[in-house]
Design a protein around this ligand. Structure first.
Ligand SMILES: Nc1ncnc2c1ncn2[C@@H]1O[C@H](COP(=O)(O)OP(=O)(O)O)[C@@H](O)[C@H]1O
Ligand SMILES: [Mg+2]
Length: 363
């Protein structure tokens, strides 16, 4: 099995932490693990103790490797004297890559071309799950509750900021959240309380994406998260709650300080729990997700209404991350969870292989 980590996204480090936990929790008698580290520049490296090397920033002894998008060629090739040689045969890939170029369908598309089994969601769910704007539009079409939003392009911000602000202010009221459509870890997100915040927030988000989601904000909502696992018949964990140690769940609240708290299970009524679990599965199905996803909700303290906020198709996987912790608390230990994810990867591949890609005329 190939385990891929690192990557070109801003969540490179988080990916290394997730990979560390996954590697130490996989049953070593079951899997022959091949570590493939992807650098920030997008180079694939393999060899001895790849993860250690990436974490120490000492990768000089590693060798460049590659796969080629030829259907059925599952080899990892190693570059030797300027030529690629088939080295190791992989039967499944576990992409532990958060964000751009790993969680957004790009790597998934490449693995589809090769025709190899891989853990997690396919191309469609990965890309729709990554784009906060399109994701909300899809959910709205299923009448799944989401907060109102507007999609603004970088071009609109640069060409006529006043007009963009007028449009936003006529549709939404402060506080307003401005987010790059395709990022995670709260990077580039601003909570805006007034017009001047909004202008700054739009410029900030435009640094990170062409597409900017401007969303109706809630004042200190409760943040509830649920883990979903499966292909056509997904199962759902008990809900957990994040209590951010800052005004909202910012990058530093997530990774740099220990001020945020996780409550497992989330203190909710049975009815609220069931409602949230039902919506989580509905969301999973709406984007044709498979493998796994963490579905995040915002709960308005005043009205008690719940809204789906986002979905993460490769959620954080460290020992203290919500996704595996919710499964532990729901009776599925970390090692078993990994076994199940790998099984699901093979099941999805088998199902895909049943699909006919050519039209065969009946004689
Ligand atoms: N509409 C909103 N109202 C209130 N808080 C929000 C809203 N949108 C996002 N937040 C806060 O910002 C955090 C990050 O936003 P989110 O959409 O989850 O992006 P990311 O993919 O970076 O995690 C959330 O966990 C929450 O604390
Ligand atoms: Mg989030």
């Amino acid at each position: 099995m190939g385990i891929f980590f690192g990557g070109r996204s801003g969540e490179h480090e988080v990916s290394l932490l997730s990979a560390r936990s996954i590697i130490s929790n996989l049953d070593p008698s079951k899997y022959n693990l091949i570590e493939v580290g992807i650098t920030r520049e997008g180079k694939w490296l393999s060899g001895e103790r790849v993860l250690d090397a990436f974490q120490k920033g000492a990768t000089a002894h590693l060798q460049p490797v590659a796969m080629f998008p030829q259907a059925g060629d599952h080899h990892l090739y190693r570059l030797i004297d300027g030529q690629y040689h088939p080295q190791i045969h992989l039967d499944v890939v576990f992409p532990v890559l958060h964000g751009t170029f790993g969680e957004d369908g790009t790597l998934q598309g490449f693995l589809e071309l090769i025709g190899i089994a891989y853990v997690g969601a396919g191309v469609l769910a990965s890309s729709v799950g990554m784009d906060k704007g399109l994701f909300k539009s899809v959910l709205r079409s299923y009448e799944i509750p989401v907060l109102d939003h507007q999609l603004i392009t970088r071009r609109q911000v640069e060409e006529d900021l006043e007009q963009a602000i007028r449009m936003i202010e006529s549709a939404l009221s402060y506080p307003i959240f401005v987010k790059p459509a395709n990022l995670g870890s709260s990077v580039g997100i601003t909570k805006c309380r007034n017009r001047s915040d909004l202008g700054e927030g739009l410029y900030e988000a435009a640094r990170y994406d062409r597409r900017i989601v401007v969303e109706q904000g809630l004042e200190r909502p409760r943040e509830i998260e649920v883990s979903v696992l499966g292909n056509d018949q997904p199962v759902v964990s008990i809900p957990g709650e994040v209590v951010p140690g800052e005004d909202f769940y910012t990058y530093s609240a997530k990774y740099l300080s220990d001020s945020s708290e996780l409550l497992i299970p989330a203190p909710l009524s049975d009815e609220q729990t069931r409602e949230i679990q039902r919506i989580a599965v509905q969301t999973y199905r709406a984007i044709d997700c498979s493998g796994m996803a963490r579905v995040d909700f915002l709960l308005d303290r005043q009205t008690e209404r719940v809204y789906v906020s986002e979905v993460n198709t490769i959620p954080g996987f460290t020992q203290i991350s919500m996704y595996p912790k919710l499964w532990e608390a729901s009776g599925l230990p970390y090692t078993k969870l990994l076994d199940r994810l790998i099984e699901l990867a093979f099941e999805r591949k088998a199902d895909r292989d049943r699909t006919e890609f050519h039209y065969r005329r009946e004689e």
